[in-house]
Design a protein around this ligand. Structure first.
Ligand SMILES: Nc1ncnc2c1ncn2[C@@H]1O[C@H](COP(=O)(O)OP(=O)(O)OP(=O)(O)O)[C@@H](O)[C@H]1O
Length: 572
């Protein structure tokens, strides 16, 4: 970075001009850093929002005489409005989203490039008035640079406050790593992604307007797909997981251009590609030092990791620790079928689980047990039939809405978020409780304290700060249970909770399930270990081939010849 600055200084006749451009790119990159780096949504149309912002500013000020400050804000709004119209694209996941946004970028560039409808046409719009802020008209690069730095600082502070802390930060991490898990804990990931997309677009629009005001000109091909790529690369270079990383990336990007000099400008993207490869290999977290890096270099109090003195508000409020008076949820399944093509994983099933029951779902591999849990949680939709939670028909209700009725679950393959600490993983359960309106408002410290209390309840006291990577397999299962406990569920769905656990761990687990059940909730668990089922479950629902084989008291069902034949392969 230092070398780039020195070479950039040497090469450039106007280094401040260069820094100003870098700062403009950084404003557009900072929102993308949130969308792409933190939420994991690769968007390749960010520069298109700069184009819209630049034209909105140019047209409003030059053609309609709108005051420049008003036009600056309008440019951000115009880009945000376009993002609102485009936001259904965020329903697409993974690399297909990158392709779809790339197509949008091409489409927008084309729309701007072909139109005689645009003032200035293909040639571009000139004589755009410079920005005025009250009595001050910005005329020099230094003034624009100062404006950009102020906008950047304000954006980073605001984004950190709104998206970088508390439940929203956790939700963004869940979107990045496991969006379905976020729905299972009560929150709609799409709504959050959409709002980040809008904010990122608005910032890009503002960046485009500042650009247009500073150079007095904008052309349709000023911000194309290559620029969107460059912004995405800037995020990777700076450190995708940090909001401020994008700024460093944008500065490196702009300086890399100057380093080559005008005669080698065509090789800009080659150099950028090399930088990205080197960064990805040597600094996978980006070139900015992380807090851990800082911690090893400087005393802890400078690295921002000073241990806090405990305050009264750090302790969970009694109302949280005590069980509340919410009723356990029963389940009614009426002639439900789930078909995958010709295969019926669940086949015309009728079964009712009474509120407050502790039920095991058993059956041979492929009997449809996990599918039934998914259907109850709403993670899969039934092909036909009706499903009730308590007295509410939830057949068409989304998973997030069912979760907010008090449903919480664990998974056959453990699902924790590696980028979150143990405490934050468990706090996802507390966040659900707040979303359910059972606790209208709860400060972050209280959420953390409640998560710690849930960790202590499963035997992981004092380990909230640890990352998931330090845990054994059995401990990870316990964190999943703590997350469920923290949400004070009315219906708990446990998918093969004892699998992979030692005998002692399974016993500990069974104790926790009994305690959870005694606290006042319905428990439905899928389990292959019949000894575990015998020791724990009051009732058994036995399935085979997606159909009900038997339902009744545990000992009775496990002894039926039909179950023995289906499960063990021999008639009793
Ligand atoms: N997404 C899917 N697409 C196609 N088939 C599926 C899908 N999910 C499950 N199945 C099939 O549905 C049937 C029931 O699967 P399910 O996982 O519910 O069984 P299970 O009783 O939980 O089995 P196990 O005890 O092995 O976990 C299996 O034949 C499975 O292969």
């Amino acid at each position: 970075m230092g070398a780039f600055v020195v070479v950039g200084w040497y090469q450039s006749s106007n280094f401040v001009d260069l820094l100003m451009l870098a700062a403009i790119w950084a404003i557009a990159a900072v929102g993308l850093g949130l969308l792409m780096g933190m939420a994991g949504q690769v968007s390749l149309c960010q520069a298109s929002f700069m184009l819209v912002g630049a034209y909105a500013y140019g047209v409003l000020t030059r053609e309609h005489g709108v005051p420049t400050e008003v036009a600056l804000v309008a440019a951000g709004l115009a880009s945000a409005l376009l993002a609102v119209l485009l936001s259904p694209v965020l329903r697409i996941r993974g690399f297909m989203l990158a392709l779809a946004t790339m197509a949008l970028s091409l489409l927008i560039t084309r729309a701007f490039g072909t139109g005689s409808w645009l003032p200035g046409g293909n040639v571009g719009l000139g004589s755009i008035p410079p920005l005025s802020l009250g009595p001050l008209t910005l005329e020099t690069e230094v003034q624009y640079l100062v404006l950009c730095v102020v906008v950047l600082a304000a954006s980073v502070v605001a984004l950190r406050r709104v998206f970088g802390a508390g439940p929203t930060r956790r939700a963004i991490q869940l979107i990045h790593h496991d969006e379905a898990l976020l729905s299972a804990f009560g929150r709609d990931g799409f709504a959050l992604k959409r709002s980040i997309f809008w904010v990122a677009a608005a910032l890009a629009g503002v960046a485009g307007a500042i650009y247009a005001g500073s150079v007095s000109f904008v052309a349709p091909n000023d911000f194309g797909l290559a620029d969107s790529f460059a912004l995405a690369l800037a995020v990777v270079i700076g450190g995708a997981t940090r909001i401020s990383g994008a700024i460093v990336g944008a500065v490196i990007y702009e300086l890399s251009f100057t380093t080559l000099g005008p005669e080698l400008a065509d090789y800009r993207y080659v150099l950028l590609g090399v930088i990205v490869i080197v960064v990805v290999h040597l600094f996978p977290e980006g070139v900015l030092p992380t807090r851990a890096d800082l911690g090893s270099l400087v005393p802890q109090r400078w690295a921002g990791a000073r241990p806090r003195r405990e305050r009264a508000s750090d302790r969970p409020s009694p109302a949280l620790v005590e069980p509340d008076d919410s009723e356990p949820l029963g389940v009614r399944i009426e002639h439900v079928t789930k078909a995958y093509g010709a295969l019926r994983a669940v086949d015309g099933l009728d079964v009712a689980i009474r509120p407050g029951a502790l039920v095991a779902l058993v059956g041979p591999n492929g009997a449809g047990k996990t599918t039934l849990l998914d259907l109850i949680a709403g993670e899969q939709a039934a092909s036909s039939g009706r499903l009730w939670l308590g007295d509410r028909d939830v057949t068409t209700l989304a998973a997030s809405a069912r979760a907010r009725l008090g449903v919480a679950r664990t998974y056959q393959r453990i699902r924790l978020v590696p980028s979150l600490s143990l405490r934050d993983n468990v706090a996802v359960g507390v966040d659900k409780l707040v979303l359910e309106d059972r606790l209208p408002r709860l400060a972050e410290r209280q959420r953390a304290a409640h998560a710690d209390a849930a960790l202590a309840a499963v035997g992981l006291a004092g380990r909230g700060e640890e990352p998931i990577s330090t845990l054994t397999f059995g401990e990870r299962r316990l964190v999943e249970v703590a997350r469920v406990l923290a949400s004070r569920p009315r219906l708990v769905l446990l998918d093969e909770p004892a699998s992979g656990l030692s005998v002692a761990e399974a016993e500990h687990f069974a104790t926790l399930v009994r305690r959870m059940h005694a606290g006042g909730c319905t428990v439905v668990l899928v389990e292959h270990d019949l000894a575990f089922v015998r020791a724990l479950a009051e009732e058994v629902v036995a399935l085979d081939g997606g159909r009900l084989l038997a339902h009744g008291p545990t000992a009775e069902v496990l002894a039926t010849p039909a179950f023995q034949e289906a499960y063990v392969g021999v008639a009793a």
